[in-house]
Every structure is written in structure tokens, then in C-alpha cells.
Design a protein around this ligand. Sequence first.
Ligand code: NAG
Ligand code: NAG
Length: 416
Amino acid sequence: MRNWRWVFTMLLYVGVVLKIGALELGRAQQTERISGSAGDVLEDDPVGRLKVFVYELPSKYNKKILQKDPRCLTHMFAAEIYMHRFLLSSPVRTLNPEEADWFYTPVYTTCDLTPNGLPLPFKSPRMMRSAIQLISSNWPYWNRTEGADHFFIVPHDFGACFHYLEEKAIERGILHLLQRATLVQTFGQRNHVCLKDGSITVPPYAPPQKMQSHLIPPNTPRSIFVYFRGLFYDVGNDPEGGYYARGARAAVWENFKDNPLFDISTEHPTTYYEDMQRAIFCLCPLGWAPWSPRLVEAVIFGCIPVIIADDIVLPFADAIPWEDIGVFVAEKDVSNLDTILTSINPEVILRKQRLLANPSMKQAMLFPQPAQPGDAFHQILNGLARKLPHDRSVYLKRGEKVLNWTRGPVGDQKPW
Ligand SMILES: *[C@@H]1O[C@H](CO)[C@@H](O)[C@H](O)[C@H]1NC(C)=O
Ligand SMILES: *[C@@H]1O[C@H](CO)[C@@H](O)[C@H](O)[C@H]1NC(C)=O
């Protein structure tokens, strides 16, 4: 009895998939924008709306570190390097600090990789602290606000908490000297000590050329209903289970490993990017952190992101209409994922696909070389411009001090 019902439901689901595939075929080139709301902000031109002064630092804070390990140009935190290069030649750059709205300190704090290419954040606090000490003694601008008109790129797992394990990151908290600065970071979760108010959440870096080279014809039917490649368990770091991804990925596997609508596996095929372009829904569950590069990949490849990460703060959330593009599923509802996704009206799916097809959505997710209008670099500048003018209260009285230079672990205070 149960089996029959299962087969029947299956047929119904497959029918829906085919119907969507067919509808999509006929409308492949259609895009849609949300006018008069968030969607339009993506096309703002930051030039003329802000001026940025780039501090010149000794190369031991940036170029030398990169020379030691060129892999820093391709990992998911590489935006810190590209943002520096971008600003050096950007028309928003000013060489006159007196007229600057924002100050930028080019430190490559994620460029310290294990032999396997995983970024280690252990030296970051020392390096950051040392760089701040340097700019505060060589220029008068830091002391004027103690950093409130300075921004920093901190794309690590838990931003300026500088640890890749959440517990440890929370214990450390945001590096004290960065308390007043604006942080541009990948990590985004509401009510978390590692995300402070006013931060700008950005997408992780994903290689634009590589993704572009895997594009398939846009009218290819989407014959995969749900797609996911990645870990379900992290046995090495979470042997008992339940801690990694707060159990959400494990729940995906246990509930849907045998469900024919779910194309999910730990194996990473060479056709990974192509497969995403053949899928309707791409799962973007949290891992150790709430975000992953899948979110960028899903948008680029027009696969509706199914975001499973309670309280996630998404990249450029004040400019990108995530609610319209994606599907949000609470972590506790993962076991109903099949019902949730199959009961979405095909018209709703088509609308999300049209919004995703909008080039400005894709552009905002990427850090291309050279930069292009509307890309992630421009979105960061737009975000900084929207925070202007600075409130007068950020300027300290002569001799006034708010930050405590000796706070934090003693190890962080060694010179760089
Ligand atoms: C800024 O303040 C620090 C610490 O209070 C001090 O050592 C430094 O000399 C000041 N910088 C300038 C340019 O006056
Ligand atoms: C600064 O921090 C250090 C270390 O936590 C602490 O001992 C000291 O009392 C603090 N200074 C002020 C003025 O709060």
C-alpha cells in the first residue's frame, strides 16, 4: 500500500519536473528584474559617491606573503587580494587622505595555507594588530576615529574572530582593535559575536574564468530536481556526529539518499558545474560555517539555491532579493525537504529562474579580473557609500581613547 502511494507520488513529481523543463525550454532567454526595489541597487555606480585612501604598507603585510604562496590567489578567501588590486586602480581611490571618506589597510591575513591549501588564521591577529599600530603611528587618521572610518577585508571562516572552529572563534571574539572599524567579511549569521552591526557581508571568492569555461547552452533542460555534492558528515572533526552542520547535512543524507529526485553524493564529479546547470534546485546547507561557495555557484549557474542555514546573513543582503531568488528551509525541517520543494508552484520556480538569469545577480557574486560594473567589488563600494556620511560622533576628542591596545591574548601582541 505504502509502496503504491510512493510510486504514484514519484510519477507526479517527475511530471512536475518535466513540465518545468518544458516550460523553461520555451522561455530560456527570459529574464526578470525587480524594479523600484533592491534589484536596482545592484546597478548603482559608486564612482563619485565615495573616496577611499589606500595606506601604503611594507610588502611583508601583503605582496611578500603572496609571493611565498601563489595559491592564495585561488582559494575562497582570495577576495582580500583582489580587492587591494582593484582599489589601487579604482577611480574611487584618492591619493589625498584629507579628502578620503574611507581608509583601507591592505593586509593579506588569510594567506597562510596548510600543505593541503587550507587557510590558517593563527597569525592573522598579530599581523592585523601590527598593521594597525603602523598606520596609527605614521598617519593621524586612525587616532581621529580609532578606526571608525576604516574598513578591513576579513574573509575568514568567522571573520575577525580569527579561528576556524566556531567555539574558539566565539571565545576570541572580534579582534579588539577592529571593534570600531567596518568589516567586510564572508561570515554572516545573525546574533553572532563574530558579526557586528554595520559589517558588509560578501560572497566567497569563486574563480570567474573557470566557471565561465563550464557554461553549457542556456536552454539545456533542467532534468535534475535536487542537486548536491559535498560532505554529509565530517568524521575527522566530528566523530560522534550532530555537531557538523548542526546535523542538517546528515539529515539530508539519511532522509533522501534513496530518493530518485535527489541527486546527492560526496563524490565531486568533473561535470560538477555542468550538473548544476541541469538542476532546478541546488542545496546550500551550512557546513562548519553557514555559508559555502555553493551559493555563488548556484546563482552563476541559475540553479535555485535552497538555503539551509538558520539565521544566515547572505551576501549584499541589502541589495540582492534573496527571498525572491532562493528557497529558505529551516534546519529543523530538512526531513520534509522533498515535500517542501515539490509543493512549490511551477510558476514560482520559473519566476525565480528568470530572476536568477538576470546578469546583475550573477555579476554581484563575482570578483572578475579586470573588474566589471556591478561586480562584487562595486557592491562593496556601494555598501560603503550607503554608510556615508559618517556620524559626527565617530570623531574622538583630542586625546580621547576608546580602544585598549593591550587587550586580548598576549600572543597577538608580538611584533610582526
Ligand atoms: C596615535 O595614538 C597612539 C597610541 O595612543 C600613539 O602611540 C601614536 O603616536 C598616535 N599617532 C599619532 C600620529 O599621533
Ligand atoms: C586593557 O586591557 C588589559 C588586558 O586585558 C587590562 O589589564 C587593562 O586593565 C586594560 N586597561 C584599561 C584602561 O581598561
